[in-house]
Write a protein that binds this ligand. Structure first.
Ligand code: SF4
Length: 287
């Protein structure tokens, strides 16, 4: 397709039909993602997607373009490798809350600290769906699951707060019941130079009936227009509010990316090599 051609969401879909349950929130993320990519007119040949394991991690199968469906919790290290090898490509990671914040939990903060220029969409349904309904790291206290039939006891991880702590340079939350708004957030995340994460609240009607679309509709509210996304403390305050889920951009703080630092370090290393060559030449006089 010529560079100037207008792309449509269908251009980013593979021939495979999603195997998600009827009413799964992941459909909303798929719609939002393909719309965002079409609006950005990203060439499917110039993007690559990776994921871990889980219902949301099946995402790359349903997308056109290069992709790797990896191992549980390791999507971010794979994505870093992709970006290191081919920095000119748009690298996107999609996964669930268990994959990202339990099995792969150690990778999130360090990818954020390094500020590698990748986009990470976390579909948060507060349950392990693929393995039939176990407690996940974002399950709430008291939640009834296959592994907590009398109620979960661990306080849930708040993905937004964890990412703010790691100084991720772009932190947003959307809701799959609002795909238009989610599309805008994904679009901004892809455009953001650096590590950008969007938590997508994504109901699992099969295994987490408590967190339904109706339940979320009553609790999801947009971040006030007066919020300054450069104010990390204010972002923390919004993320900590109990009983409601703010959606929008909590924090946006463009700072040098991993590749920008790498370039500077390579230049320094080059100078160091030159210096070494000069010293070697000097010493050769005494040989
Ligand atoms: Fe979606 Fe839940 Fe079904 Fe998985 S089990 S496809 S998360 S509804």
């Amino acid at each position: 397709m010529p560079e100037t051609s207008k792309r449509i969401p269908k251009d980013y879909r593979s021939d495979l039909k999603p195997v998600w349950c009827a009413g799964c929130g992941n459909f909303g993320t798929l719609t939002a993602m393909t719309q965002a990519l079409a609006e950005l007119e990203i060439d499917p040949d110039r993007m690559i997607m990776t994921s871990g394991i889980g219902c949301a991690s099946r995402f790359p199968y349903f997308m056109k373009g290069y992709a790797l469906h990896g191992v549980h919790g390791r999507a971010l290290p794979v994505a870093i490798g992709m970006k290191a090898a081919r920095p000119e490509l748009t690298v996107i990671v999609v996964g669930g809350d268990g994959d990202g914040f339990s099995i792969g939990g150690g990778h999130v903060a360090h990818t954020a600290r390094k500020n590698v220029d990748i986009t990470y969409i976390v579909a948060n349904n507060s349950i392990y769906g693929l393995t039939k309904g176990q407690t996940s790291p974002t399950s709430s206290i008291g939640q009834l699951t296959a592994t907590s039939p009398f109620g979960a006891t661990d306080p849930p991880i708040n993905p937004v707060m964890q990412l703010l702590s790691a100084d991720a340079s772009f932190v947003a939350r959307g809701y799959t019941g609002q795909p238009k708004e989610l599309r805008e957030l994904i679009l901004r995340a892809i455009k953001h130079p650096g590590f950008a994460i969007v938590e997508a609240l994504s109901p699992c009607p099969t295994f987490n009936k408590a967190m339904s679309f109706q339940w979320l509709n009553e609790r999801v509210i947009p971040i006030p227009a007066t919020h300054d996304p450069r104010n990390r403390l204010a972002a923390f305050a919004l993320a900590m509010e109990e009983g409601k889920f703010y959606t929008g951009v909590f924090y946006e703080n463009p700072r040098p990316t991993y590749h920008e630092y790498k370039k500077v370090l390579e230049e320094r290393a080059g100078r160091f090599e030159d210096d070494t060559a000069g010293i070697r030449e000097l010493f050769s006089d005494f040989a």
